[in-house]
Design a protein around this ligand. Sequence first.
Ligand code: IPE
Ligand code: IPE
Ligand code: MG
Length: 260
Amino acid sequence: MADQAFISSTQVVPNLNRVPRHIVIIMDGNGRWARKRFLPRMAGHTRGVEVVRGTIRAAIERGVEYLTLFAFSSENWRRPAEEVSFLMQLFIKSLQKEVTRLHENGIRFRVIGDRSRFEPVLVRAIEAAEKLTAGNDRLHLTVAANYGGRWDVISAVNRVLARQPGLTTIDEEAINAELSMNFAPEPDLFIRTGGEQRISNFLLWQLAYAEFFFTDTLWPDFDGKVLDQAIVSYHERERRFGRTSEQLVVGAGGEAERHA
Ligand code: IPE
Ligand code: IPE
Ligand code: MG
C-alpha cells in the first residue's frame, strides 16, 4: 500500500478492487441525533467523534486503504459562534487523545482544508500528528476541516500559476498535481449520512466518477453494518467511466473493469 499519486478517472480507466480503495464520508446528522434525545447539539458532536473511532476500525478490517472524513466545511463558520468554538475544541482534544492510538495502529493521518483560520494550538496538533504518522500506510486517514471543494480547486490553480508565471492555459494534470488529495486515488465510494442528498462543497473535482450512497442513518448511529450496506451497494454498481456495458468484459483490452 505505497503512497500513490492521484489517478485521474477522466484520463485513464482505473483498475477496480472488490473493496473500494478510497471511501469518503460526509458525517451528517449529529444535531438531529441530539435533538431527538432532547440533548444539546454538542452531545451529538461528541458522540460523532466516538463513531469516527469505530469507523476507522471497520474500514481497516474491510481492507479500505484511504478513508476521508468531512468534519467541518468552509461554510460551517456560518454556525453560531458557540458551536464553532465547541467543534474546534473537540477537534483539538480528540487529536491530542487519539494520535498515539492512530500511530500504534499504523494509520497515516492528514488534514486537508484551509488551516489559516485555526488557532495556533490546533495547527500545532495537526502538524504533530501528521509528522508522527508520516511513515505509516495501513490506512490513510484524512480529515477535511475548513475544507471546501471550490477552495481546493482555486488553491490548486493558484499554485500552478505561482510556479509558472505567465502561463495562459492550464491542463487537468497540472491541477491534479496540486489538489489537496494529490496523494490519493480518486474516491471510489462516497457516503453521506443524515438523509440529505447533496455534496455540500465536498471534494467536487475528485468525485467525478465516485459511486454515491446516501443513508438516513444519523452519523452518531453509523456503524460497521451501515458501512457494509454501502459496500454491498457499491458492488451492485457497474462503473462504466463513460463506456457501454458491453465493453466491460473482464480482461478485455487488458483491463479488468468489473469488480474482481
Ligand atoms: C454534522 O452534523 C457535523 C458537522 C457539520 C460539523 P450536523 O451538525 O450538520 O448535524 P445536523 O445536520 O444539524 O443534524
Ligand atoms: C456538511 O454538513 C459538512 C460536514 C459534515 C462537515 P452540513 O450539515 O454542514 O451540510 P448542509 O449545510 O446541510 O449542506
Ligand atoms: Mg448537517
